[in-house]
Design a protein. Structure first.
Length: 180
């Protein structure tokens, strides 16, 4: 990473009651590197590697009451971010997509993810709730407009992708407690 990019490092903490999300900026500047620290505050719910999407405010990762995209359905069902990344690579309002590499265990475990952004665009985040058949947590349209040293906290919300019946059978759950 370039030295000037490191000087603009900003920190982001994600939480959802499950995650805590906040930003800390070293310097207000057009292009900056952000560090997302995602902490799983649940007591027993594993989170799959999260997808971070930096985009224009006109774009929305999903709309309540409407069918989720195929990529978001796969993220919610299997915890895989690849199809969502492919889908979003052709969307003009999406500037950056970063996929976490690690599952985030419950009870306070954290992972750090670097991504770039500017003050004029927003961040959306999504991750599968590992012990569900198509549940995910997400935050949409989080502002990256921060002053040096400023920190914000956001709470993410749990959603159902609506891709299958919520039968809670282990044959349809990819994570713990079903040992898949």
């Amino acid at each position: 990473m370039q030295e000037d990019a490191m000087r603009t490092l900003r920190t982001l903490f994600l939480a959802l009651g499950i995650f805590i999300l906040g930003f800390n900026t070293a310097q207000a500047q057009e292009n900056a590197i952000y560090q997302a620290t995602i902490t799983n505050l649940t007591n027993g719910q594993w989170l799959t590697p999260p997808a971070l999407v930096v985009h224009h405010s006109f774009f929305s990762l999903f709309t309540l009451g409407e069918e989720a995209s195929d990529g978001l359905k796969i993220l919610a069902k299997d915890g895989a971010n690849q199809l969502l990344e492919i889908e979003l690579s052709n969307v003009p309002d999406v500037y950056n997509f970063v996929s976490g590499a690690e599952v985030i265990p419950p009870k306070g475990a954290s992972v750090d993810i670097l991504f770039w952004g500017t003050q004029n665009i927003v961040l959306s985040v999504a991750s599968m709730l590992g012990s569900t058949n198509d549940g995910f947590v997400a935050a949409r349209g989080l502002s990256l407009d921060l002053q040096p040293g400023e920190q914000k906290t956001f709470f993410l919300t749990a959603y159902d992708a609506g891709s299958e019946e919520n039968n809670e059978l282990c044959a349809f759950i990819s994570g713990a407690p079903c040992n898949n």
